[in-house]
Design a protein around this ligand. Structure first.
Ligand code: SF4
Ligand code: SF4
Length: 499
């Protein structure tokens, strides 16, 4: 029995989950084209290993990590989600808050859905954890809760005693994890067992489910195995945040700049656990994911198993978009971001698409001055002082904002949600973080240029000194040979005189 604790702050938000929570997961149709970005995760992009015109099979590598052994790199390979022909490798719009484009492999699908030969690892329990981890790395699995952290990198951590599987789907509108827990509890449990094998010393696994998902809780309870506890946690946003969930379940807090592994814990999402099960037991790389298409702008909200690379407009068409749609959001209503258009693909981190009507959109046009009420600080789950961060960000005093732990902010939006002045606080923090990172990159570039210049000057000086030394040596050798010649001549002369 776990003694549940509470993290600081948090808010009760309108869930809007009823739009899709009773709709079972169904597969989305194979689209005519797939757009596969080389970077769908945190870390280094992968590199294409196919060429335009090449035929590919479902599950075939189309882009690989820079090193042969993916398991050593913060990167993840990309596979063809179905069979077809590569028709382009080019820059395309991708779903990212930056709005930037990225290199993508475009595949014209053939409708055959023809698999490459699969290589499951059915005897994983007899294999070394490093081998199973490498298998997961080759399957291209990343954190499917939205963060996209390569799963194999988390599994490199040593000294882990607790594995947490995060089923606290606290963001409004999203229901895909709820449906996965209800419909595939055995797969999730089997994935957790594989994870425990890899982690070796992990004695304990907790699967956390919010108490507003009783069916999911019951389904997992019925499927669970030894050493795996199913725990209901209170429904409060952002319970699904990694640090908040750890606090609730273990009462432990992670010090600044550290990861959960530093206190012997790692957290994986529900769908990541299922993806690991499918990779190990069925030899199936990460080719699809379950996501929720919802919002009042959609005629038929759904939970769909979607091939990675499926264009978003194809999905919206499939679910029926109403002309009243005002905004398209990727992710949840609290932490998601607005997409500029629907001409971009579903990627590994796409857990939800919200076609929002005008009533569902919060327009940031009526912000009023801060009245220093302190409501934002009361709800901040990280115990920050959001109003101070706001003041320093507005004043562009980014050093001070960092002193007030700007980078600990998890962009959860609780502060903006309760702000009576309707100040879009998170937008200010995101702006400040982007500015600081850009400035940091500039500084890194300048530092690199300075080091290069210093090295070049050093090399020129060293070459000059070596040349001077060689010249001196040659001069010395020349002098020596003259002396030797003169001595020889003198010797010859003396010998002639003595004849
Ligand atoms: S909640 Fe809004 S008005 Fe109140 S202190 Fe925070 S930023 Fe200011
Ligand atoms: S967005 Fe940042 S500052 Fe605001 S409540 Fe969340 S963690 Fe705190």
């Amino acid at each position: 029995m776990i003694d549940l604790r509470q993290f600081h702050g948090g808010v009760h938000v309108a869930g809007h989950k009823e739009l899709s929570s009773e709709v079972a997961i169904t597969p989305a149709p194979i689209p005519p084209r797939l757009i596969l970005p080389l970077l769908q995760h945190i870390g280094e992009p992968s590199e294409p290993i196919v060429t335009v015109g090449e035929k590919v099979l479902k599950g075939q590598f189309v882009a690989h990590c820079r090193a042969q052994d993916c398991s050593l790199l913060m990167s993840a390979p990309v596979h063809a989600s179905t069979s077809g022909t590569v028709i382009a490798i080019e820059s395309r719009s991708v779903p990212h808050p930056s709005g930037l484009t990225a290199t993508c492999i475009v595949i014209e699908t053939d409708g055959q859905d023809q698999w490459i030969e699969r290589s499951p690892m059915l005897d994983y329990a007899e294999k070394q954890p490093t081998e199973v981890r490498a298998h997961i790395a080759r399957a291209g699995i990343v954190g499917l809760g939205g963060a996209g952290f390569p799963a194999h990198m988390k599994l490199r951590s040593q000294g882990i005693d607790t594995l947490i599987i995060n089923g606290a789907e606290c963001e409004p509108y999203i229901t895909c994890d709820d449906r996965l827990m209800r419909e595939y509890p055995q797969d999730i449990i089997a994935g957790a067992q594989i994870l425990m094998h890899i982690l070796g010393g992990a004695q304990r696994c907790i699967i956390a489910v919010e108490d507003n998902k009783p069916e999911a809780y019951q389904a997992l309870l019925a499927a669970t195995q030894a050493h795996i506890e199913i725990v209901q946690v209170p429904t409060l946003y952002p319970t699904g945040g990694e640090r908040q969930l750890i606090k609730i379940l273990t009462n432990k807090e992670i010090s600044k700049n550290n990861l959960p592994a530093s206190i012997g814990i790692i957290v994986h999402n529900i769908e990541t656990s299922r993806a690991i099960y499918r990779a190990v037991t069925h030899g199936q790389p990460l080719l699809s994911r379950v996501l929720t298409v919802t919002g009042q702008g959609v005629k038929n909200p759904k939970n769909l198993e979607v091939l990675l690379g499926t264009p978003i407009h194809d999905l919206l068409e499939y679910c029926g978009v109403k002309p009243t749609t005002e905004r398209l959001i990727m992710g949840g209503a609290m932490m998601g971001f607005t997409l500029p258009n629907d001409d971009m693909p579903v990627i590994k981190t796409t857990n939800c698409l919200i076609a929002a009507s005008a009533e569902e959109c919060v327009f940031p046009t009526e912000a009023m001055p801060c009245i220093r009420c302190g409501a934002c600080a009361e709800v901040c789950p990280v115990n920050l002082l959001p109003q101070q961060l706001y003041w320093y960000t507005v004043a562009k005093d980014f050093d001070k904002a960092q002193d007030y732990n700007l980078f600990d902010c998890i962009d959860c939006g609780c502060c903006a949600y309760v702000c009576p002045s309707h100040i879009p606080l998170v937008s200010y923090y995101r702006y400040a973080k982007a500015e600081i990172r850009a400035h940091g990159k500039e500084q890194q570039k300048a530092e690199l240029a300075r080091k290069r210049h210093e090295f070049r000057s050093f090399r020129l000086e060293r070459d000059k000194a070596e040349r001077a030394l060689r010249h001196q040596q040659r001069k010395g050798e020349h002098k020596e040979s003259i002396i030797k010649a003169v001595m020889a001549q003198a010797k010859e002369k003396i010998m002639e005189q003595n004849k």
